[in-house]
Design a protein around this ligand. Structure first.
Ligand SMILES: Nc1nc2c(c(=O)[nH]1)N[C@H]1C(S)=C(S)[C@@H](COP(=O)(O)O)O[C@H]1N2
Ligand SMILES: [Mo]
Length: 359
């Protein structure tokens, strides 16, 4: 329990009211760091590109930054988002629903660098290695993840050194991270120091053991890749301090939020009240092909206690399921967000009494 609190205190989520910003202000973007933020000396830092390439490259930060530049608006979500709502709760970073954020990432397309190095005929995967190091599953490791060559050559895969117009801050990967639009967060390796092209499937711990959907520890499971669809709403009204239950005035109430999917454009968002029929929300124009889409829905709030839910569907036909399927590590729980709301009347007893002091 204290271990989970320790992780939760280091790695924060997006405060749901920050869904109001199309681009998440940097300090509000969610954060996930497996080990420690590494110390980086930019003067000696280099990016090594090697392995199954024809002409290996070693680049200083200045050399990298002089390459052609592109900015993309990308939504990132942790694959463990929703984990703490699974029953039983898989012990790890205890995310509820809000391990997400959207940023403008600026950097150079990886495909152009790989074009410069050339790829050997047997090139199969591209491995990204971070400067951070730690122990997980009793294995001492650098943080490393790989993607298939075909993914690495997509135009939108960037090596980014700027986020929202500023140099990457330490917590988001200074000086360089990879951005793989559409994929869950674990693939966007921070504090990048090496890119290695390999001819065999990469068997590192974060690839082969972690980030797999499996029913038990002994199973090999299926790899986690792209983000499943999810809609979130800004909790309406005002919160109770401890329970965060909402208090809303009776009458028309505009519910707003954002929705995304790494598998296809979001095409539909729906809101359900008290387990009744789903109603269609109005959608904003997409921010980019790789970012969340704003939505709104007018709810006629009647006095009493209510439960609000929202769900998204994408162009590939994926819809958020009513219940998520449990898996050993608690990945990909995209069951609809539920928000408890009290409309009008007195403050319910379970909210007013015994509220702990803040601070
Ligand atoms: N080097 C390194 N890269 C990493 C991680 C890490 O611990 N070390 N965490 C990954 C995970 S699990 C997620 S969800 C995203 C979080 O990115 P953010 O903290 O910039 O939001 O970074 C990914 N990249
Ligand atoms: Mo993550």
């Amino acid at each position: 329990m204290l271990d989970e609190l320790g992780l939760a205190a280091r790695n924060h989520a997006l405060p749901l009211e920050a869904l109001r910003y199309p681009i998440t202000p940097l300090g509000l973007h969610y954060l996930l760091i497996h080990f420690d933020i590494p110390a980086v000396d930019l003067a000696s830092w280099r990016l090594e590109i090697g392995g199954r390439v024809e002409r290996p490259l070693s680049l200083s930060f200045e050399e990298l930054r002089s390459r052609s530049e592109r900015t993309l608006t990308v939504t990132l979500e942790c694959a463990g988002n929703g984990r703490a709502l699974l029953e039983p709760r898989p012990p790890s970073q205890p995310w509820l629903t809000e391990a997400v954020g959207t940023a403008e990432w600026t950097g150079t397309p990886l495909a152009q660098l790989l074009d410069e190095t050339g790829l050997a005929d047997d090139a199969l995967e591209v491995v990204f290695t971070g400067l951070d190091r730690g122990v997980q599953g009793e294995v001492v490791q650098d943080y490393e993840r790989a993607i298939p060559v075909a993914e690495a050559l997509r135009d939108e895969v960037l090596l980014a050194w700027v986020v929202n117009g500023e140099p990457l801050p330490p917590q988001h990967g200074y000086p360089l991270r990879v951005v793989v639009p559409g994929w869950y967060g674990m693939t966007h390796v921070k504090w990048l120091r090496a890119i290695t092209v390999v001819a065999e499937p990469f068997r590192g711990w974060q690839q082969d053991v972690a980030y797999r959907l499996r029913a038990s520890e002994d199973e090999q499971g299926v790899p986690v890749t792209r983000m499943l669809p999810r809609a979130l709403m800004i909790p309406p009204g005002i919160p109770d301090f401890f329970t965060r239950r909402r208090i809303v005035e009776p009458g028309p109430c505009v519910l707003e939020g954002r929705a995304w999917s790494g598998l296809g454009a979001v095409e539909r968002v729906e809101v359900g009240v008290d387990g009744g029929a789903w109603g269609a929300a109005e959608l904003d124009e997409p921010l980019s092909e790789w970012a969340w889409r704003g939505w709104r829905f007018v709810w006629d709030a009647e006095p009493g206690d209510h439960e609000l839910r929202c769900r998204a569907a994408d162009a590939a036909g994926n819809v958020q399921p009513d219940e998520a399927s449990w898996n050993f590590d608690g990945f990909c729980n995209n069951a609809p967000q539920r928000i408890e709301v009290s409309v009008g009347g007195a403050i319910p007893r379970d909210m007013g009494d015994d509220s702990p002091a803040a601070g």
